[in-house]
Design a protein around this ligand. Structure first.
Ligand code: KIV
Ligand code: ZN
Length: 524
């Protein structure tokens, strides 16, 4: 981890002074909680946003985009809490180029340490014609007026030219020049639809650097979507051509195919510093923890072959590779797994392992848990170890995820009995407890899971709709832990629930109740 510059105020202005010197700093602007939360099927409550926000702060993110406050009261509250609690980074809030949006964004972040208003307006002809129905001159005026309005609140104003990569570059330079004159200190060039190709994107960034007269008064930023799988490549090309802020998300989550993955950009700069002579403030050993936390809370699992954070990213299957790595790690590993917070230890825990062994293993895996959380994971670890001979790394991850996803339980499972098989009608008997009162019922269903869910539905009297049901076997073997994820919708609130157990019907009911408890929690 590099030492932070004394006197760096986090606004990014000093970065511009550093261009040309050895290793300019790249500002990391994380938008996991805004663009990332726009991923289909993701919705985080305020507590979950705070957990992610604290992790991003711990890992050295410079600017955290906390949400879009005008979008909903929940978004507003989330942004406000994050701005109030996070002091070591700037909290940004998104606003369209309208006074109402900007007022609301400012209201949400004004308690922050160095809050940033991030306002945006589309600049491509296609958006002007079909979406905005405005002329270029009107858009230019609107952009400058919005930035001027925002700059009356704070000098930390970012302007994004939505769909910049499909915009006329001369018009874009005029807009950028006007917004800098109006007070913008960061200019963001988004590849909104993921259309850019690395060398062409680099050419566009250079063009903007060379043809926006007052560009030296702002930081040029990029925000790339991954529709063609080129987001990281485009970002690196932009950096080579003058961009000094990167907008990205953990695990690359975001609209459609997602955003640039932070871990990829940071590790590319670190690993290939010979041809990418830049630096970031990111504590790379926090990457794995951040990735797991985001995957757990969003319910968006990371694909196994995902660069840096996928389960296979440091796994060697071929005998030749394994042999090479055993002789000399660098034969087949370009990064040290410990640098991203992954341990090399392969200690498998069993029923006789103690709290210390568990704690050590969790630390090796990159989890930072409080003593109370470790105690709670330990209790569940012992319960599992009684039923399953060996506990693998993947089992531990599930136990920790259960801890992270814990919320006040209105409904808890007290009893479950299912009958199923060939030639009989599946039935389930379920008992739950709510506020000290125990209720029991039974139900038929298409299969045992369906019968159990019908029984829970009767007991909880919920109108929620089941959107997704997914079962995953965590390790091999018939005694493997089964992890179930469900997604529920009630009105316009959507939540994920998770449950794990060697018995997949029990795991399913736990996941369903976890989601129902989350719905209750969200309603409150
Ligand atoms: O993709 C995009 O253009 C955006 C802007 C709001 C920055 O997310
Ligand atoms: Zn975006």
């Amino acid at each position: 981890m590099e030492e932070k510059d004394a006197g760096y105020d986090g606004t990014g202005k000093q970065i511009m002074d550093e261009i040309g010197k050895d290793r300019p700093r790249i500002i990391i602007f994380d938008t996991t909680l805004r663009d990332g939360e726009q991923s289909p099927g993701v919705s985080l409550n305020v507590e979950e946003k705070l957990q992610i926000g604290h992790q991003l702060e711990r890992m050295g993110v410079n600017v955290l985009e906390a949400g879009f406050p005008i979008a909903s009261p929940g978004d507003f509250q989330g942004v406000k809490r994050l701005a109030g609690e996070l002091r070591d980074l700037q909290v940004a809030a998104l606003a369209r180029a309208s006074e109402k949006d900007i007022d609301t964004a400012w209201d949400a972040i004004k308690g922050g340490a160095n809050p940033r208003i991030h306002t945006f307006l589309a600049t491509s002809d296609i958006h002007l014609k079909y979406k905005l129905r405005k002329s270029r001159e009107q858009v230019l005026e609107m952009a400058a007026a919005a930035v001027k309005y925002a700059a009356a609140y704070t000098s930390n104003v970012e302007f994004s030219a939505e769909d910049a990569s499909r915009s006329d570059l001369d018009f874009l330079c005029r807009v950028f020049e006007a917004v800098v004159d109006a007070g913008a200190t960061t200019l963001n060039f988004p590849d909104t639809v993921g259309y850019a190709i690395p060398w062409d994107f680099g050419r566009m960034i250079r063009y903007v650097m060379e043809n926006t007269k007052n560009i030296h008064r702002a930081v040029l930023s990029v925000h790339c979507h991954n529709d063609l799988g080129l987001a990281t490549a485009n970002v690196l090309s932009a950096i080579e051509n003058g961009a000094r802020q990167v907008e990205c998300t953990i695990n690359g989550i975001g609209e459609r195919a997602g955003n640039t993955a932070m871990e990829e950009v940071v590790m590319a700069i670190r690993t290939r510093n010979d041809c990418l002579p830049y630096r970031t403030d990111i504590v790379t050993t926090e990457i794995t923890s951040a990735s797991r936390l985001v995957a757990t809370l969003t319910g968006m699992q990371v694909q196994p072959n995902k660069a840096i954070v996928g389960a296979n990213a440091f796994a060697h299957e071929s005998g030749i590779h394994q042999d090479g790595v055993l002789k000399e790690r660098t034969t087949y590993e370009i990064m040290d797994p410990r640098d991203v917070g992954l341990s090399q230890g392969s200690l498998v825990l069993g029923k006789h392992s103690g709290r210390h062994a568990l704690k050590a293993r969790l630390e090796e895996l990159g989890y930072t848990l409080s003593d109370k959380e470790i105690d709670s994971v330990f209790v569940r670890f012992k319960e599992l170890a009684d039923r399953k001979k060996e506990i693998f790394t993947e089992d531990l991850k599930v136990l920790v995820a259960g801890e992270i996803l814990k919320i006040p339980e209105r409904f808890s499972l007290k009893y479950l009995h299912v009958a199923g098989g060939s030639g009989i009608k599946p039935t389930a008997t379920v008992a739950i407890e709510e506020g000290g009162e125990k209720r029991i019922t039974c139900s038929l269903g298409a299969g045992p899971v369906d019968a159990a869910f019908q029984a829970v539905k009767k007991l909880v009297r919920t109108d929620s709709i089941l959107l997704r049901y997914n079962v995953q076997s965590i390790t091999g073997g018939t005694d493997a832990l089964g992890k179930v994820t469900v997604r529920l919708r009630d009105g316009d609130v959507e939540v994920n629930g998770q449950g794990a157990d060697p018995d997949i019907i029990t795991a399913s009911v736990k996941a369903y109740l976890n989601a129902l408890n989350r719905l209750e929690y969200m309603k409150q």
